[in-house]
Design a protein around this ligand. Structure first.
Ligand SMILES: Nc1ncnc2c1ncn2[C@@H]1O[C@H](COP(=O)(O)OP(=O)(O)OP(=O)(O)O)[C@@H](O)[C@H]1O
Ligand SMILES: [Mg+2]
Length: 501
């Protein structure tokens, strides 16, 4: 491997009010390697990468690219130095085509005509980023959108590509494809910085792993010799708790019932096609599917955010079909949305105000129509402790929490107040292995108390480990059942693509 360093960071420190996000971090990234960053939620990984990408300015420290010291005042400086970053939340325009998205803002490079298109086609070919440049973005699933984001930074000349949790939204087959791309690009001399909480994946793709703990670099290890267990221990600084064992289901009365639920898209396409299912008290029903097959719409229809063309939604003996979202929540539905930043949190508001979100009219937070701010603060403190949300206080804005810590806050809020039903979309997306075990344990405990759970997850180990039964969704229909006590992730992945039928 090349002894040349593509990127070196020396003594990077970054403080936020009440938080040391990075403390004197050194990082050496060789040209042409895949360098993974691992660490707990809030360890400082995204902050370090945003500094390298010019989005944040360090308090101190130095960045060296290809041997020269550079100062980045903005991402455009970083891009000029050949550094690109793909964020976990994509920043693409739905109403434009793939090619237009790639070109947007970079028209000066090769124009917007033939030359530009040729360049995109070349890049797509050498990097195996197969995606039709003429398609409107709105038609693409997440994996394709991610390809467009990567093409976008490559088009701007990036030779060092930062991927912040790229696999969190992908199913196993898509992860394999992404890794195929990464390997092909590595052979072409590209360098990657790769953040992930999935330690098996990290070991599979990385050439070098750097572990960050509480803002400090605690070591660099060789993925060929380190175990996932050892990695996790380096991340948390102690041994991990054992994952819990599955208890037999003691399912009770029917809590959620969907009958013939059908949802139409604008053109009349059936986004949900005659969905019938039920979830009992004390039962976790898992929904497996490649993203874009109707899971999002299913959840949003149950929550009253979309209007069904036909069918019913029942909660116990309530018919909720025509009720607004707030009514459904008050009837006892907890809701962990798939996109915490869009539907789960008010980023500029303090944590305690976020505790009230969606619970504005429920005791004990509200009494006789008056918000009880002290109760909201106290219950937020409880969540912060029980769910290990790393924050200096409950007064900080939600946007100041790291991705995984935001997720823990949302999960804690939605499990508060003993709901009858929990609709959980990707409940552990972006949380570290320790926090994942904690959230699973809390869901299991609530299930034990009689909570009914509808679980949608792209993490097949999670789906298999938590569910009492699994249904597979494909093109808006429930097409197969799987038994979580016998099915393997590979079998489930195959059923999800429709290849088995
Ligand atoms: N804009 C901000 N304002 C205040 N604090 C911030 C801000 N951004 C990050 N922090 C804090 O800096 C620390 C590091 O956050 P960072 O997002 O880098 O963590 P991370 O390692 O990426 O975690 P995760 O795995 O959860 O994404 C956290 O304690 C976080 O609360
Ligand atoms: Mg992060």
């Amino acid at each position: 491997m090349s002894p040349r360093y593509a990127v070196q960071l020396f003594g990077i420190s970054k403080h936020f009010p009440g938080v040391v996000a990075n403390s004197n971090v050194d990082l050496n990234v060789r040209a042409g390697e895949v360098h993974a960053l691992c660490g707990e939620n809030g360890a400082g990984k995204s902050t370090l990468m945003k500094i390298l990408y010019g989005m944040l300015q360090p308090d101190s420290g130095r960045i060296q690219v290809d041997g020269s010291t550079l100062r980045f005042r903005s991402p455009s400086d970083a891009i000029k130095a050949g550094i690109g970053m793909v964020h976990q939340h994509f920043m693409l325009a739905d109403n434009l085509t793939v090619a237009e998205n790639v070109l947007l803002g970079a028209e000066g490079l090769h124009g917007i005509g033939k030359r530009a298109r040729r360049r995109i086609a070349e890049l797509a070919a050498t990097t195996r980023l197969r995606v039709d440049p003429g398609l409107p973005l709105a038609r693409l699933g997440v994996a394709d959108r991610q390809r467009v984001e990567i093409l976008k930074v490559l088009y701007r000349g990036a030779r060092v590509v930062i991927l912040d949790e790229p696999t969190a939204v992908l199913v196993p087959q898509e992860v394999d494809e992404l890794f195929g791309t990464v390997r092909a690009m590595r052979a072409e001399g590209y360098t990657f910085l790769f953040i992930s909480h999935k330690l098996d994946e990290v070991r599979a793709i990385a050439d070098t792993i750097t572990v960050i703990r509480r803002g400090r670099c605690v070591g660099t290890v060789d993925p060929r010799t380190v175990t996932s267990r050892r990695l996790a221990e380096m991340m948390v600084g102690s041994e991990l708790p054992d994952p819990g064992i599955r208890e037999p289901a003691a399912a009770g009365r029917e809590v959620l019932r969907l009958e013939g639920l059908t949802l139409l898209a604008d053109g009349g396409r059936r986004v949900l096609d005659d969905i019938t299912l039920s979830v009992r008290a004390g039962e976790v029903l898992g929904i497996a599917g490649v993203e874009g097959n109707g899971q999002t719409e299913l959840v949003e229809t149950i929550m009253g955010m979309r209007r069904a063309a036909a069918g019913r939604v029942r909660l116990g003996h309530y018919d909720l079909t025509h009720e607004p979202t707030l009514f459904r929540r008050e009837a006892g539905i907890g809701y962990i949305p798939e996109d915490r930043t869009r539907h789960g949190l008010l980023p500029t508001q303090p944590l305690w105000a976020n505790r009230l979100l969606g619970h504005q009219s429920r005791r004990p937070l509200v009494r006789r129509g008056i918000l009880n701010v002290a109760a909201a603060r106290a219950d937020t403190e409880r969540i912060v402790t029980e769910f290990d949300v790393r924050t200096p206080s409950v007064e900080v804005a939600a946007a100041a929490l790291s991705g995984g810590n935001q997720q823990k806050l949302v999960v804690g809020r939605e499990l508060a107040g003993d709901p009858h039903l929990l609709i959980a979309s990707h409940p552990t997306r972006g949380v570290d292995v320790g926090a994942q075990a904690l959230i699973w344990e809390e869901i299991r405990r609530a299930r034990h108390r009689g909570l009914a759970v509808l679980l949608v997850s792209a993490d097949l180990d999670e789906l298999i480990g938590l569910s009492d039964s699994i249904k597979v969704m494909l093109r808006g229909r429930l097409v197969a059942d799987a038994d979580p006590s016998t099915v393997t992730p590979e079998q489930l992945g195959t059923a999800m693509t429709g290849a088995a039928t």
